[in-house]
Design a protein around this ligand. Sequence first.
Ligand code: SAM
Length: 437
Amino acid sequence: MRFDLVSIFPEFFGVLDLSLMGKAKESGALQIQAHDLRDWTEDRHRTVDDTPYGGGAGMVMRADIWGKALDDVLKPAGRVVLAVPTPSGTPLTQHHVRSLARADQIVVACGRYEGIDQRVMDHYRGVEGVEVFEYSIGDYVLNGGEVAAIVLVEAVARLLDGFMGNPESLTEESFEGDVVEYPAYTRPQVWRGLEVPQVLMGGNHAQIDAWRRSRSLEKTALVRADLINRTNPLTLSTLDREVLTRFGWIARRDSARWEKVRIRRATLNDAVQIAQVAAETFPDACPYYVPVEAQKEHIERWLSVEEITKWLQSPDHRVMVAEIEGRIVAYTLVILYSEGDYPGDVPAEVIAPAPTYLSKVYTLSAWRGTGLSGGILEAAIEDAKPFAKGSQVVLGTAVQNKRARRFYRRHGFETAGRRVFMVGGIRNEDVVMTREL
Ligand code: SAM
């Protein structure tokens, strides 16, 4: 790969002799030649600019000078790219960089003043064997194209074969998979009271990978909405989609379009909507043999607005909701038990004392299979964690409901035993599952 950098300040490129770039130059893997644009001038003052046609502030770089320089420097053989930095260009991304890394020669034409006469780019677009790429390195204005040229050289060079000592570090980086990279930590383990996240100390690589992926998605969701918007939700795993719901992004089951979701603590104003969601979803979790009448009785007695208002007023009950376009579409109820108290018929011997009881996780059917249930489940556990009195999260789910058990197992729950649970006078058997907090 050969770079030719044309500028009125070629000495700018001295920095490319440093570090890995310098080594690659020395080894011959990379050729970088800086050129002084003024070498192609013919007047005494070595003039490269003139006033703009049509008036306006500043000076414009002359097409005739650039034309002579580029005719000499461009060596059309193989794939040749004329890269022109400009704030009005295409925003440079890793995607472009990957493509440019396959070029044979990249010539960077560094503008100054108000930039280069447009006819230069227009002319070389018509020259066979030359690709013109006008690019911007960000939405701000620099004095000249030199810094943008260095950015391009460095981003491209590090993808070239043999450039990096450890090529693996390339594959884990920001933007390689359209997400930004997870945060990194090294020694000391505690610095100014700040600890390295526990999961990274444990040596469980599956857990570490899952944690890193979640952090990547979290950061991408929070700061790079453009990258999420570019990603088709249908190409993401359930786990990825679960994480994204927690940070505001959801898509319907078969849809490629993202929508906004907000998972938050419930307030007293939510009681009526939560009761509606509860009444709509409770029957789906009931075994087939619980008659509709018994379901109704249960809903009226235990899932009424009054009952839900009591949860919302109780310091031991924590309710989370997920809201899409102002409508509640899912809710969770966590009850914090104290030592000696046991939730809804769970036998004391199968669980640890003072459980954090995951009493309810319900999602409207239209939003099942979107990652929302997993997202709100994790949000509910995280919300309750600082207030938990014991070491375990506990839940019960109908013996018949294998799908729910698979879902909870995926979220780290294990079967601990059974309990008997009454719905409108009908005896049900539940599997009790637990997860360490
Ligand atoms: N009048 C130009 C405009 O507003 O688009 C700005 C010209 S700027 C002062 C001078 C040179 O700096 C440009 O020709 C370009 O080479 C370089 N430059 C400035 N900002 C840049 C950016 N964000 N990305 C790439 N190149 C930039």
